[in-house]
Ligand binder design. Sequence first.
Ligand SMILES: *Cc1c(COP(=O)(O)O)cnc(C)c1O
Length: 358
Amino acid sequence: MSTLDFIRDDVKAMTAYHVADRPEGFIKLDAMESPYHPFAGPPELLNEWTALLAQADVHLYPNPAASGLQEALREAFAIPEAASVALGNGSDELIQFITLLLAKPGATMLAVEPGFVMYKQNAALFGMNYVGVPLNNDFTLDLAAVLAAIEAHNPALTFIAYPNNPTGVHFTREEVEAVIRAAKGIVVVDEAYGAFSGDSFLPQAGSMDNLVVMRTVSKIGFAGIRIGYAAGSANIMNELAKILPPYNMNQLSLATAKFAMQHFEIINDNVLKLKAERERMFAELSAIGRLKAFPSEANFITVRVPDAVGLFNTLKQNNILIKKLHGNHPLLDQCVRLTIGSPEQNDAVLNIIRKLYA
Ligand SMILES: *Cc1c(COP(=O)(O)O)cnc(C)c1O
């Protein structure tokens, strides 16, 4: 028997999540990162931030609860007092531990497809049954199908990304409310892109018993510090707190995030710039007859093109990285996902798309 024989067969059959590396000079529009370093503006701000980092107690374990970050997040995002908050090392970690929390033998996770791939992967890892309900062809929610699946499978855990990744298309508030009401188990409304959308369930966190609202700072300029948070009723969040690793955050990230919340106007300015660019890109892409751009409430646009692989390769030859969705799900036939970048980066993408298809 070899040592490898002790390792789970299902894990051995998996392939690792591939993080694309970025050769020097590449424009990276594949992972919904912000093109803007939040503290790259006035030098005083950069100096203040680096001074804070220099003071961080890196020789001591972090104390996330006493770091002041929760309070800063509550204030910046108007998290209701009725809600309890959990901090995660990115919302990826919260997805993992919320799944672990609900993974009783035989329990079911429900999500829509195409959706965020981590939900399904965690269901598999923690031994939950997984039910994926297809979206409509235009990526809107098939509410009747979701409600029927809830009725049939009684899911312990339902994930709805609001707005959805990788499609960006808006689900209505009424539809999501209907899902929360119909489900007896926990419904996580994943608002990773909430800052770019006109709506949020954060105000309801803590007042609907089975609702957990999950957010992250990754898509608003801080993908590098790995901070996410979840807000929900105390009953649920107290149980989650029991299984989260006590030192899951680090001193440098905690200090940076708290500093960021005190300079929230910078985050907001960058979000507004990206939203304006999204509208411009959507109009430009929609003006090209051979493309179908799907309306997006996030910091990316999903587009159906005549040849997704060809476009992906041509952009790559021109040092631009995007996400090829084609092949991931039948509904994503010939689709690519373009992260919204700076005006210059977006123009570089548009110029190549126009040359190919206009
Ligand atoms: C990016 C993303 C996340 C993960 O965010 P992190 O906080 O960076 O781990 C969660 N959910 C959705 C839908 C995402 O697109």
